[in-house]
Design a protein around this ligand. Structure first.
Ligand code: FHN
Length: 482
């Protein structure tokens, strides 16, 4: 397999000229003609993307040889994220780079992982095939730094893909482009030698990704990382052809906005502000505050349970998010039209730490009862945000779900439906599915009254049945008195 040279070579002068022209065009409010910018305007509408959009809740798993150090070296804790420990000056590269010769996760059982994920209610998994250290959890033919050369030998990626797929959970493969193990990797391209070396790296990346797509054709997408360096940003045409190549191998493949750069070096969004990728992938450990922050784009938030750190660290630093906090983040993301993905970092032996098992089980119990407000749900357009929780819109047009986290002392929830929408029924979606009193008040606001003795031990869902009346929608609303 060989990549055409035109994708490998960079034309710095061209980039400089284009950047200059870009300034002028932007100041005149014009669209910049781009060959390698976004290839679509607006969200993808096909069935694969509809499925992605409806997931609601996902699981991330970071696993690799870094788990063997458990976030510490020679009794000292590493303050950074555990999967970055190779970059810590305390750890000699030679020590880290030979860890794999002892990697033997005897407790690893992909079916047990998938069963836990299923019970938790996640609908997709993103699994690290290779993190920044370059160690491959599949037997890649393009490097020796793989699972095949560990005492364990088994193809971990295959076992995970098969087990999750069989459990009905879609699989996405995380792949770090940045690779500390490959001799051709460069952060910057300062001279022609760097470019020659980096071209071998690009060929290697192309080969490995082709290999993954070919070996595991049931995957639904790739999740790219480590694409922020200058060398990659200067490889816009290559990143474009790589994305198209992968999409030609697996129809419907979903790839977020972290893979590509346009020919001017812009990432995520091209020089015209259009998203390059099927969804916005910048929401890492942060959640947008409003719908305005995400515009019309699909998006996903990935979150650690501890403050920071994706791979296994014996000592989790900072605050550990509780299951309710994670559920609240899930509800918030879905109410703003995104998916929420919770990260797990298995131990070096392949088992999950008990705290993660407990978190998964607790979230699963809630999801079993309330998933109707999370799956195939999105932003409830026109419904004003309320302090008691989050509002999600399922795919059925006349339904709305209220996910309540903070019950007002008055046991009354205020909602404000969009103009023309009437609430005809409100049902408390617990045990006996109690019908609640609906009381319209002024200015289009409506009170939903909870039973006087209602004491919620956990967040709960109220389903609203609504009706839309075009005439009311056209009627003039109240005027501000200013
Ligand atoms: O550096 C990585 C980090 O280790 C982790 O993999 C996260 C997951 O979103 N991504 C990177 C930082 O953006």
């Amino acid at each position: 397999m060989h990549i055409p040279k035109k994708y490998l070579n960079r034309h710095l002068l061209l980039v400089g000229m284009a950047a200059c022209w870009l300034g002028i065009a932007q100041s005149q409010g014009q669209q910049i003609p781009l060959k390698h910018g976004a290839h679509r305007s607006g969200p993808r509408t096909d069935a694969a993307m509809q499925t992605w959009r409806g997931y609601g809740l996902g699981q991330f798993i970071h696993w690799g040889v870094y788990a063997m150090l458990e976030g510490a070296y020679q009794g000292k804790n590493y303050a950074g994220a555990a999967e970055w420990i190779r970059a810590w000056k305390e750890v000699p590269n030679a020590v880290y780079d030979s860890l794999y010769t002892r990697f033997n996760p005897s407790a690893f059982n992909a079916r047990a992982w998938a069963a836990m994920a299923k019970q938790m209610g996640v609908r997709y998994l993103t699994f690290t095939t290779k993190h920044h250290d370059g160690f491959c959890l599949w037997p890649s033919a393009f490097t020796n730094y793989t699972i095949a050369n560990t005492p364990f030998k088994r193809d971990i990626v295959k076992e995970v893909v098969d087990a999750y797929t069989q459990a009905g959970i879609d699989v996405y493969l995380y792949f770090s482009v940045l690779d500390w193990n490959h001799p051709g990797w460069r952060y910057q391209l300062k001279n022609s030698n760097d470019s020659i070396a980096f071209n071998t790296f690009k060929q290697f990346t192309w080969n490995q990704l082709t290999e993954l797509a070919t070996r595991y054709p049931s995957i639904k997408g790739f999740w790219f990382d480590g694409t922020w360096d200058e060398s990659w940003k200067k490889s816009g045409p290559f990143t474009d052809s790589l994305e198209q190549h992968l999409k030609s191998l697996i129809p419907g493949l979903v790839i977020g906005s972290r893979l590509r750069a346009d020919e001017l070096g812009n990432r995520h969004k091209d020089a015209n502000g259009n998203l390059m990728g099927d969804y916005e992938q910048g929401w890492e450990r942060k959640i947008p505050d409003s719908r305005t922050a995400v515009g019309n784009n699909d998006w996903e938030c990935v979150m650690t349970i501890p403050e920071n750190g994706w791979g296994y660290a014996k000592k989790w630093m900072g605050h550990w998010k509780t299951p309710v906090e994670l559920l609240e983040m899930t509800a918030k993301c879905v109410s703003l039209g995104g998916n929420f993905v919770i990260n797990f970092g298995p131990m070096a032996n392949g088992a999950f730490r008990p705290e993660e098992e407990e978190t998964a089980a607790t979230i699963g119990r809630w999801m079993k009862q309330n998933h109707q407000a999370i799956y195939n749900s999105s932003w409830a357009s026109g419904w004003a945000k309320q302090d008691w929780g989050y509002i999600t819109q399922p795919r059925q047009p006349n339904k709305i779900n209220l996910i309540v986290f903070n019950v007002p002392v008055a046991k009354t929830l205020l909602v404000k439906p969009p103009k023309g929408t009437t609430i005809v029924k409100a049902t408390l979606m617990v045990a006996n599915k109690t019908a609640l009193t609906i009381k319209p008040v002024d200015y289009g606001e409506v009170q939903i009254i909870l039973p006087a003795k209602w004491n919620a031990a956990e967040p709960f869902v109220i389903e609203l049945q609504t009706e839309f009346n075009q005439k009311q929608n056209n009627a003039e609303g109240p005027k501000a008195n200013t």
